[in-house]
Ligand binder design. Sequence first.
Ligand code: ZN
Length: 428
Amino acid sequence: MTAITLVGARVVDPASGTDAVANVTIEAGLVTAVGTEVGAQRLDADGLVLSPGLVDLHVHLREPGHENAETIATGTAAAAAGGYTAICPMANTDPVCDHAGVVEQVLRLARDAGLCDVLPVGAITKGLKGDELAEIGAMAAVGVRCFSDDGRPVGSARVMHRALAYARTWDAILANHAEEASLTEGAQCNEGDISTLLGLEGWPSEAEDIMVARDLLLAHGMGARLHVPHVSTRGGVELIRAAKARGTRVTAEATPHHFTLTEEAVTGYDPVFKVNPPLRTKDDVEAVRAGLADGTLDAIATDHAPHPPEQKEQEWAQAPPGMLGLETALAVTLTELVDGGVLTLSQAIAALSTNPARSRDITGHGGPVAPGAPANLMLFDPAARWKVDPHALHSRSRNTPYGGREVSGRIVHTLLRGVFTVRDGELV
Ligand SMILES: [Zn+2]
């Protein structure tokens, strides 16, 4: 394999603290030089930003079982198109990923697609039913690092306690969907003036805060690792900030929709804005942004949740919750948080790549962009403006809440171990 050099990009690599124009040379899947060297082939990257490929801790790929919404092939295509080189699909497939057989099936399908590394999340409980523990040990033995019943909370503190104790044996991470279900029965949107106005059952922010608090206390007492998914409330951010200050082993993520959209979007009853946890208030959005800025929230994760039109485009009450995210996360983050002055570019890349990789022990991703490291990279044009077109996405579904919105920052190349998965903006 001949060496190829990406010439003249601005290298933004939070893992090494680099932010400088440099040539990056790649050979046999590895970065071999960062500096002035030039290999046998050169590719002009002037004006582009080169960073470690993005890492998503929270996606739903729907396969096996719901291939009409997404497959591992289409989901990893969407990931590559969005600049991702590693993604972690949740366990709520059919069959549920609660034993090693499903883990191995997902890994095999992802390898066949070859577009993005896929690190399956295993279920905490069998069938996501919340009572009997899943085969955590057998799944850990085939490489699973994180367990979650995402979509459903582990309601019983006793079961969560046992699961944390079990996961601790492998130093694995539990990510519990934070929802106290007795407070959210029939809930359709955030509880407040808007739910009252619309006549919809409300999902109070306290239902999230209570579960976050419970899990933080359990994890702290046991010295176990907890990850809080899709933090959407001011209370959740404040609880996690306090827990980190007292040494709890916790990491947390925010989704692009929870730091850009508010419950106001729900007033048109367009089900594309229906999501769980729901879109919250402006005050919650500000708290989530502040949490990303001060590192309370480590990662930006998409909670990419495809649904086919025949399911999603129903009346509000019938439509399933969930939004696409993989192909818009970078641009939405750049537009809203970097251009908006909330994060520096390096902080944004850290939240989208370096921090999620480290928080889940994912090696070879998230940088550093340095000689000897796998060439898992993405390059984007920060100046490119584009309009989100739901029909132009690579996902099998089209339920993006950003349709028609103009954003900044377009993926030009994505490389997985030195192989282009996206080149010149086109999927390879
Ligand atoms: Zn969830």
